[in-house]
Design a protein around this ligand. Structure first.
Ligand code: GLN
Length: 192
């Protein structure tokens, strides 16, 4: 099992540390050739416009789209925006996941927050019962899911913060910034 982390911008190093901690081989992806031999890819949080522009500059858009057709990809925060079909803004997107997102939907940097989420699928997959502590930093909201995409987690008020479409995963929050490896383990199960 070898998981790549898109390392153009954002907190890719934190994803790599978490993957190493759970014993997964990792690779930093900056060029199309770095996708060779990977079982899955994580797109980190950061700034989705910057990640998109750099992906265009390094000719990564098409290779990433192709990769996502047959491999697991997980986008956290900015990564979730980049994975989506619709971000209501004119920026480069992979358009792989049939979700509509709204950037910065929870407000500015000072409105960042943490909360506990009950995520049935995650608890079932990892055989655990305690909630998942999620960190939101200038997070996007998943406004709606379409086609075969399904809701994985929502806040108490119904706002969607995690979605899955087959082997594609999107979270508004940052599991790489916690010490809880369950989301990474869940993603590995999708990649294998
Ligand atoms: N606000 C950022 C964006 O729109 C995402 C923030 C994050 O990844 N923590 O791209």
């Amino acid at each position: 099992m070898k998981i790549g982390v898109l390392a153009l911008q954002g907190d890719f190093a934190e994803h790599i540390s978490m993957l190493k901690r759970i014993g997964v081989e990792t690779a930093e992806v900056r060029l199309p050739k770095h996708l060779d031999g990977l079982d899955g890819l994580i797109i980190p949080g950061g700034e989705s416009t910057t990640i998109g522009k750099l992906a265009v500059a390094y000719d990564l858009i098409e290779p990433l789209k192709q990769f996502g057709k047959s491999h697991a990809i997980w986008g956290t925060c900015a990564g979730a925006i980049f994975l989506s079909k619709d971000a209501r803004s004119n920026q480069p997107l992979l358009g792989l996941m049939d979700i509509k997102v709204q950037r910065n939907a929870f407000g500015r940097q000072v409105d960042s927050f943490e909360t506990d989420l009950e995520i049935d699928e995650l608890m079932k997959a990892t055989g655990t019962e305690h909630p998942y502590h999620a960190i939101f930093i200038r997070a996007p909201l998943i406004e709606s899911v379409h086609g075969s995409a399904k809701i994985l987690s929502a806040l108490d008020d119904g706002r969607i913060v995690a979605a899955q479409e087959g082997h594609l995963l999107a979270t508004s929050f940052h599991p790489e910034l916690t010490s809880d490896p369950r989301f990474h383990e869940y993603f590995i199960s999708l990649a294998s």
